[in-house]
Design a protein around this ligand. Structure first.
Ligand code: ATP
Length: 469
């Protein structure tokens, strides 16, 4: 068996163990290069690849190697040498004519009458990798962006395209690349531009007959950061000019990072441009999980020196799920309300008030019915079972936990609680509450279940009071 056959066999296993996007991103670019007895050497395009594989796919790689070479199989990585020849047919950069220096291009960012180029304000240092919270939803994009920022002249991800829906941090990452490069490599020229701005510059350059100047000027940048390339759609002339610029920059080993609100494959632009955008790495951002949203909100609150109690934070993040900009909007409104109300504490009531402007549906108050429903759902029971006479163990436990939670979350009397659980007397309710308290001390599973239930109840409701256990 030679190395290609072994690697093909490995890929068979890997393909069944990872999702198609990860397979495409992390395994298709790998090349097998050698097999020495039981040691397979694979070539990866970049150090980040190696680190990412080791961090996220080591088990899959081991499994595939075991199956291909047996348990003695070993894997060796080799990093691809950085300078690669361009793909065939790649257009060459226009060169200055021999003997004549290339004309000094004019800066399209300079507004007549202004001495400072506007480009400065586009990278004001606000967005960095440090204040970008990492989660499963964004770790590929963040790591790839950081790899480009750490080594812009030699990046294997050229272009890097970050795509994802509104408000999930595309611009933040793009600017973080720029800010980091500006800090680490002050001699490199970094340019952040939105596709709209580029189009506007192009339109006015056409009017002034200075399109060549514009393109020449852009060719001088070392790192081009282009936001919102979906704005290329239906702009034929911008696509043409951008196509040439892209080719020249890439051929000169200049890094290009772009953002898009959709995957490149769905971008309705000229095929030649789309295929070039696919040469590098495409990394997506997806909606963050509750924990990541909480971490983001906590970081933003702390940056604004605002203190938000954890249950209020959870309540907010439970309701704002798909857009971090909205999360920031809620935070800003809370700060505003707090100011207007002379330093009022940020509590659930205030959060509820503010959230009404952001989401159409805020869950109802905590009632015994809500608690019963939450517990029944958690234990996969019909809610009626909680009030029934059945003595089956898991139903009894769910019933006792429900009584306990109703006592914690509401003002219901023991007698009233007994009534709502099938007419039980108050001694039974007391016994149930004690039992649950004891179980919490001695049984980790029950403790976890109660924490989870409490979280669900708080997160789903607007006015839960804090529990007393
Ligand atoms: N993981 C994160 N950590 C910290 N802040 C984040 C994170 N994700 C998003 N944000 C913040 O959310 C706000 C919106 O992000 P950004 O403007 O980058 O979104 P976008 O994806 O470019 O949106 P659009 O498609 O509307 O342009 C920013 O203030 C950004 O700092």
């Amino acid at each position: 068996m030679d190395h290609t056959v072994v690697w093909d066999n490995c890929l068979q296993t890997i393909r069944h163990s990872v999702d198609p996007q990860s397979y495409q991103t992390w395994f298709v670019p790998i090349r097998p290069v050698a097999l020495n007895s039981n040691e397979l050497t694979i070539q990866v395009p970049h150090r980040l690849f190696y680190e990412f594989l080791e961090e996220h796919y080591i088990d899959v790689l081991k499994l595939s190697l075991n199956q291909a070479l047996g348990t003695a199989g070993r894997l060796q990585y080799r990093i691809k040498p950085s300078r690669q020849p361009e793909p065939a047919g790649f257009p060459h950069a226009p060169k200055a004519t021999a003997g004549k220096p290339a004309p000094t291009p004019s800066n399209p960012f300079v507004i007549p009458g202004m001495t400072r180029p506007r480009i400065e304000s586009n990278l004001n240092g606000k967005y960095t990798f440090d204040n970008f919270i990492e989660g499963d939803c964004n770790s590929l994009a963040r790591n790839a962006a950081k790899a480009v920022a750490d080594n812009p002249a030699n990046t294997a991800f050229n272009p890097l395209v970050i795509h994802g829906p509104v408000g999930l941090g595309k611009t933040h990452l793009l600017k973080a690349v720029g800010n980091r490069i500006a800090e680490k490599f002050p001699n490199k020229s970094v340019l952040y531009v939105t596709t709209d701005t580029f189009t506007n510059q192009l339109v006015s350059s056409i009017g002034n007959n200075t399109t060549n100047d514009l393109v020449n000027w852009y060719q001088n940048v070392d790192v081009l950061l282009v936001d919102d390339i979906q704005q290329l759609i239906n702009r034929k002339k911008t696509q043409d000019v951008f196509f040439n610029l892209f080719n020249v920059l890439r051929q000169n080993n200049k890094a290009i990072v772009m953002t898009c609100d959709r995957p490149i494959i769905e971008l309705d632009i000229e095929e030649r441009l789309r295929s070039r955008f696919q040469w590098g790495l495409t990394a997506d951002l997806s909606a963050p999980a509750l924990e990541t949203r909480m971490a983001i909100l906590a970081a933003k609150a702390s940056a604004n020196e605002v203190s938000i109690p954890p249950q209020v934070m959870e309540f907010i993040c439970y309701h704002i799920q798909n857009n971090i900009r909205q999360l920031e909007g809620v935070l800003n409104n809370l700060v505003l309300h707090r100011g207007v109300n002379q330093g009022r504490e940020i509590d659930l009531e205030l959060a509820r008030q503010v959230l009404k402007n952001f989401v159409t549906e805020i869950n109802r108050e905590v009632t015994p019915e809500v608690i019963q429903r939450t517990v029944a759902e958690y234990y996969n029971l019909d809610v009626e079972k909680l009030a029934s006479a059945t003595r089956r163990r898991h139903v009894v436990l769910a019933r006792q936990i429900s009584m306990f939670l109703v006592k914690q979350f509401t003002d219901q009397s023991l007698k009233a609680i007994g009534r709502m659980f099938g007419g039980r007397d108050h001694a039974t309710v007391i016994y149930s509450i004690r039992t649950v308290r004891d179980l919490m001390e001695t049984n980790d599973d029950i403790k976890k279940a109660l924490e989870e239930l409490e979280r669900k109840i708080r997160a789903g409701q607007g006015n839960a009071t804090s529990t007393k256990w």
